[in-house]
Design a protein around this ligand. Structure first.
Ligand code: ATR
Length: 286
């Protein structure tokens, strides 16, 4: 049982929607395992109420928050400081309250990278197609550019966001980056060009639904498909990938690693990775 006292330190999640999130289970299990008087709560924050929610973090003395769809970029102007990596990426998924100051970090990029390494996927010399151009896409794209991806296509429903992200990435490394509309990504020429296809959009999430404009006949067995969506653990995209013999990777381990790093940023303690992993694997069986 989680016991809450008048001294309980509060961290949480700001997103819209947040009901799909498994971060509360993962972090609360970690606090329990270490005997810490901390609690992690999920807050459904409409975009228009984000400034008020950020004021609330300050006013109520929270120790920090995670930030998810659709606030990862929108929160930047409301923070006091932004860590250089988060600034370069242009997205924040973790806020730490340090002596009353709100400091923004990005643990998505390293979480994604760690999960990719665990899967034994080396992006060096490969060509990747990223679906989406929001906060999560920014972190994924940064990690791929930083680790020697040869060519990157960024496809987004709102083309201007893809173009803007492609511009930002020029500062991060040598990779050639091409922005596309989402439909263009699935037209004849792009998929045969890509080795790694990563969905960073919210399409396919249990609470969001929707479908990407992709059909199984466009996939080849050599494609590696990574879906950042982890709930449901086996998305339509991943099912399609498996049916074509492709390697299919779910967002489960990125959830774990970005969370472990956020845990350390808030608490100054090493995250109990095995405990967190067990929770995630129990709730999201593969
Ligand atoms: P996050 O910061 O978590 O990445 P975000 O910045 O809101 O969240 O980004 C969500 C991504 O999912 C965006 O790329 C968004 O596309 P737009 O930029 O066009 O909004 C994409 N997305 C969300 N719903 C979508 C849908 N129904 N079809 C296609 N793309 C969608």
């Amino acid at each position: 049982m989680l016991s809450v006292s008048s001294r309980t330190a509060v961290v949480g999640l700001l997103g819209y929607p947040v009901v799909h999130s498994f971060s509360p289970y993962m972090h609360n299990a970690a606090f329990r395992a270490l005997g810490m008087d901390w609690v992690y709560l999920a807050f459904n924050v409409e975009p228009r109420l984000l400034p008020a929610a950020v004021s609330g973090i300050r006013a109520l003395g929270f120790r920090g928050v995670n930030v998810t769809i659709p606030h990862k970029q929108a929160i930047l102007p409301f923070l006091d400081e932004i860590d250089p990596l988060a600034k370069l990426i242009g997205a924040v998924n973790t806020v730490v309250v340090k002596e009353g100051k709100l400091v923004g970090y990005n643990t998505d990029a390293s979480g994604f990278w760690r999960s990719l390494k665990e899967e034994g996927v080396d992006p060096r010399g490969k060509r990747a197609l990223i679906l989406g151009a929001g906060g999560a896409a920014r972190a994924v794209a940064y990690a791929l550019v930083k680790h020697g991806c040869n060519r990157l296509y960024i496809a987004n429903r709102t083309y201007d966001r893809a173009r803007e992200l492609a511009e930002t990435l020029k500062k991060a490394g040598e990779t050639s980056v091409e922005p596309l509309s989402l439909e263009e990504a699935f037209l004849a020429s792009i998929l045969p060009e890509a080795d790694l296809i990563i969905n960073t959009t919210s399409v396919g999430m249990e609470t969001v639904g929707g479908e990407l404009p992709i059909t199984a006949d466009k996939l080849e067995a050599r494609h590696i498909i990574y879906d950042l969506v982890y709930n449901p653990p086996y998305t339509k995209l991943l099912k399609m990938a498996s049916s074509k013999g492709c390697r299919a990777i779910s967002g489960r381990s990125m959830l774990l690693y970005q969370g472990a790093e956020a845990f350390t940023l808030w608490t100054g303690r090493e995250a109990p990775l095995e405990v967190m992993k067990q929770v995630v694997e129990e709730l999201l069986p593969s």
